[in-house]
Design a protein around this ligand. Structure first.
Ligand code: ADP
Ligand code: MG
Ligand code: MG
Length: 895
């Protein structure tokens, strides 16, 4: 044996070894250790796959000997030999990566069958049909995956055979039919495989299906190694951010047979309901079937609850296994099993994938069952997944006609145009359309279309079908098995009842109930309740960082408060200058007459005061950080191009068009070639003190009014885009003067902190100076990202960012997840600011405040709070709790 250990018997491994043995291999070993009935076998490590790929697709030195040795052991244990003409051992060769990638890679069953050993199987089982069926399945699967033969060639041959015999199902074909099919399959191989690609298949100049079982095993192992890099596996990894250099393990396992008649069968199951978390066994099985028959939707499956009736001995055994697995893994598990003539065999288990709803229910239930602790429950929730629950649902007050119903395979509702192919879904989505992908059943080849679609609708397949599993993983609504749909993908139409749905017709689907509706149903955003609310309350006990909401209107503020925000971290005022108020703003900006300007300002003061009263009322008792006007002023002016066109066409008010000409001149004079870096933020406050003055007055007057009425308004004034301490010093002094003036006028005393946004690198780097004149910092990480990279956010997303991500120049969009360089500026800003002013309050108000990974970064830096859009508030609460819990665990590890 070589010095690197590349092969492990199932009896040698364990669940903790998933990076060596892959998830499947590690858990097969774990189940073996638990004494569960697992067909014996061995696992070749993931690292070996990496060696194979990087070493020019060749077995590393010594691997073949290791495999021979482990195979010899296995043969000894089983008392059978691979390829034996009398009583052969048969094996499956199964892929299995460290992270589950359902259906993405290849598995070969019944390996070891050849013209001799098939006779051995007939002799042992006295069942020629079973033997030939197994052999033809092997030739088919092996040739497709290991020899790259087009799978349709085999399917066509089977269909031709069924037609010839006048039967509908595979199960109606006889032993002799299967034997003939095996022969035909071998001919297909001889015809379609090139001897140059597979020299080991050439004997006396002719290509033939390999009869040598060691050649079969070797080619099968290589096929699994290669499948790690196949297109759909690569795409799946990209979607789930699984690194490419992990490799897949190969499991070689003794075959058991679910296709030995009515006392045999195969199935998949979960220990709880993976869609809603209910404590019930969940899944499907088929009698007299092998391998993928259950998920392939070939025949109609039976619910797992019926297993104890159909196959009582195996059913009882499986119910015991469910309990053992849950207690052992302390989590919901999913399993694959086969029953061979009444005896149960476990073929796979892992911690089961689940919807966000199910994850919450399972976590809360397991705490009350005493299986896990509260902090484990909080840590277990996949925060990214929670997004699903904050996604729209059918409005319960909407009225609509149900077109048809399918299985509620993945929750959430979606509205979009019907499309029939994955490519079309991708194309239309890229053009900005919302689409619903309709398929008979999805396959891994549809993945890109599923990514592009709002929701997925299939006419076939159960809740464990490909469409259901993948959609749940992606958090997309899915209705599957809607069998009234008669899909004619070629003509791009679905018939259902008397109605036709053509490509482009609007459909609504609700994956929570399985409802399909023709036309658009209005959707609503739900509120966390039940287990979701419980988990959030627990999270609040663990987190140390505050969570506020970004809200510009009383409605958003109320919504944020309902979702658990402890204040408004960013209240933007520019939106308040739009709509009918735009004209007042224009008057103010453009007028060269003092009176016009003051009149416009007085008008704005009135409406702004009303705005602030609304928001402070909604947030009574909680802080509201109001940002003074930030964007470049010309954003409030008319588009000069339109004005120019109007002038040219003579479509203006007066005959001489002097007004328009003057306006155009003024707008032109204000236009900047680089507005992002121009007259905006505090620079506006310096240039137009009367605007900031009006805003500060409005804030203070609003607060005074509420306070007089017995309220508890808590505004903060935030000055944007400061890069030089003197900017803040100047504006702070001016603001304080107005606050004092208003307080004196109103006879009310208030404490209104004044702080700044840190959104320019210079501000972060000179935070020791700025910190001395600020009561708080709020890191504006959107602008800070723009100015740190020198990227214009509005432009790069449609231009070079996708290429940067594709080529892995950037691993993440820095506007979604805070970049390490930007985070470093935040860290420096905090450190310097706090050193200068220990009372300084620190927060983040960019979009990053609602991104779980960024929230964790901010926790590590030591910010006091994050602020994010209303529907991200629950996500930030949970992410902040996880950050605190993770820190506590890693802290105790170090000690
Ligand atoms: P996947 O990764 O796609 O789940 P698996 O390796 O689990 O692929 O194989 C798919 C199916 O093949 C299993 O669910 C099981 O039904 C069948 N299978 C695999 N190995 C064996 C075996 N040793 N005996 C019987 N059936 C097997
Ligand atoms: Mg499997
Ligand atoms: Mg900004």
């Amino acid at each position: 044996m070589s010095d690197v250990k590349r092969v492990y018997a199932f009896s040698e491994g364990g669940a903790e070894m998933k990076f060596a043995l892959g998830g499947k291999g590690a858990n097969l070993a774990e189940m073996t250790k638990l004494g569960l009935p697992v067909p014996p076998g061995f696992t070749i490590t993931c690292q070996t796959c990496v060696e194979y790929s990087t070493g020019g697709s060749r077995f590393p030195e010594g691997l073949q000997q290791d495999i021979d040795a482990y195979l010899a052991d296995l043969e000894k244990t089983m008392g059978k030999k691979l390829g034996d003409a009398d009583d052969p051992l048969l094996a499956s060769v199964r892929s299995g990566a460290p992270f589950s990638m359902p259906g993405m890679m290849d598995t070969i069953l019944n390996l070891g069958l050849n013209d001799q050993s098939v006779q051995g199987v007939i002799k042992q089982t006295d069942n020629a049909r079973f033997a030939w069926d197994s052999y033809r399945r092997f030739v088919q699967m092996f040739s497709k995956t290991a020899l790259n033969v087009d799978g349709d060639l085999f399917e066509n041959a089977i269909n031709a055979m069924k037609q010839l015999r006048g039967v509908r199902n595979d199960t109606d074909l006889t032993a002799d039919d299967m034997k003939q099919l095996t022969e035909q399959f071998k001919e297909i191989v001889a015809e379609h495989v090139s001897g140059e690609d597979f020299p080991e298949l050439v004997t006396s100049g002719e290509v033939a299906f390999p009869q040598d079982v060691t050649v079969q095993l070797r080619l099968a192992i290589e096929a699994v190694f290669r499948s790690w890099m196949n297109k759909r596996a690569v795409e799946y990894r990209r979607l789930y951010r699984i690194p490419d250099d992990l490799g897949t393990a190969v499991n070689v396992q003794t075959m058991v047979f679910g296709n030995k008649g009515e006392t045999s069968g195969t199935g998949v199951a979960f220990t709880r309901n993976p869609a809603d978390g209910t404590r019930e066994y969940y899944g499907d099985f088929l009698t007299n079937a092998q391998g993928e028959d259950v998920v392939a939707g070939i025949r109609n499956t039976q619910p797992i609850a019926d297993l104890r009736k159909a196959l009582p001995e195996a059913g009882e055994a499986l119910w015991k296994v469910f309990v053992i697995l849950e207690n052992h893994y302390r989590d919901m598990c999913d399993i694959e099993f086969t029953v061979e003539q009444g005896k149960l065999w476990m073929l796979q288990t892992r911690v089961g994938k689940r919807t966000a709803r199910a994850a919450l229910k399972v976590a809360v239930d397991m705490v009350s069952e005493g299986l896990i602790s509260r902090d484990e429950a909080v840590l277990r929730i996949d925060v990214d997944q929670l997004d699903q629950l904050l996604h729209p649902q059918f409005d319960t007050t909407a009225t609509y006609d149900v077109l048809t119903k399918g299985l509620n395979a993945s929750p959430g509702a979606a509205v979009g145009e019907a499309v029939f192919t994955a490519d079309e879904a991708e194309r239309l989505a890229a053009e900005g359309h919302k689409v619903i992908l309709i398929r008979w059943e999805t396959t891994p080849d549809d993945l890109h279309g599923m990514i592009a679609a709002q929701g997925i609708l299939t006419s076939h397949g159960g809740k464990t079908s490909h469409a259901a599993v993948i959609a749940r993983g992606m958090g997309k609504p899915c209705v599957c098995g809607a069998d009234e749909l008669k899909i004619d993908a070629k003509n791009r139409v679905v018939h259902v009842g008397g109605i036709d749905i053509n490509e482009g017709d609007i459909l609504s689907i609700d994956g929570t109930t399985g409802t399909v509706v023709l036309g658009a149903v209005s959707l609503v955003e739900p509120k966390p309740s039940g287990e979701f609310a419980t988990i959030l309350l627990w999270a609040d006990e663990f987190r140390t960082m505050g969570v506020r909401v970004n809200a510009d209107t009383p409605d958003d503020a109320i919504r944020g408060r309902e979702l658990g925000a402890s204040g408004v971290g960013l209240c933007r005022t520019e939106h308040m200058f739009l709509g009918e108020r735009k004209a007042i703003v224009q008057n103010m900006i453009l007028s060269d007459r003092e009176e016009t300007t003051s009149a416009a300002l007085a008008q704005l003061l009135k409406v702004q005061r009303a705005d602030f009263i609304g928001i402070f009322k909604a947030m009574d008792g909680l802080t509201v950080t109001v940002r003074l006007l930030d964007p470049p002023l010309h954003e409030f002016l008319d588009n000069p191009r339109e004005l120019e066109v109007a002038i040219t066409k003579g479509e203006c008010s007066g005959s001489d068009m002097t007004v328009e000409r003057k306006l155009l001149g003024q707008i032109d004079a204000m236009t900047e070639s680089n507005p992002m870096l121009g007259l905006r933020g505090c620079r506006l406050g310096i240039m137009y003190p009367q605007i900031y003055g009006m805003q500060v007055r409005a804030i203070t007057e609003a607060a005074c009014e509420l306070k007089k009425a017995g309220g508890d308004p808590r505004p903060e004034i935030m000055i944007p885009l400061v890069s030089i301490v003197n900017e803040l010093e100047t504006l702070r002094a001016e603001s304080e003067a107005i606050v004092a003036e208003v307080q004196a006028e109103q006879g009310v005393s208030l404490d209104i902190p004044i702080g700044t946004m840190i959104e320019l690198p210079r501000a972060a780097l000179t935070a020791d100076e700025i910190g001395k004149v600020a009561d708080f910092f709020s890191f504006g990480t959107n602008d800070l990202t723009q100015t740190t990279f020198g990227f214009s956010r509005d432009d790069i997303e449609g231009k070079f960012l996708p290429r940067y991500l594709d080529r892995k120049i950037l691993s993440r969009n820095p506007f979604e997840t805070v970049d390490s360089g930007v985070a470093e500026l935040v860290r420096i800003g905090c450190e310097k600011g706090r050193a200068a002013n220990p009372a300084l309050h620190l927060g983040v108000c960019g979009e990053h405040g609602g991104d779980p990974e960024s929230v964790k970064t901010f926790h590590k830096i030591g910010l006091d709070y994050v602020s994010c859009s209303p529907f991200r508030v629950p996500i930030a609460r949970l992410a902040a709790a996880q950050a605190a819990l993770e820190e506590a665990t890693s802290g105790s590890d170090n000690r």
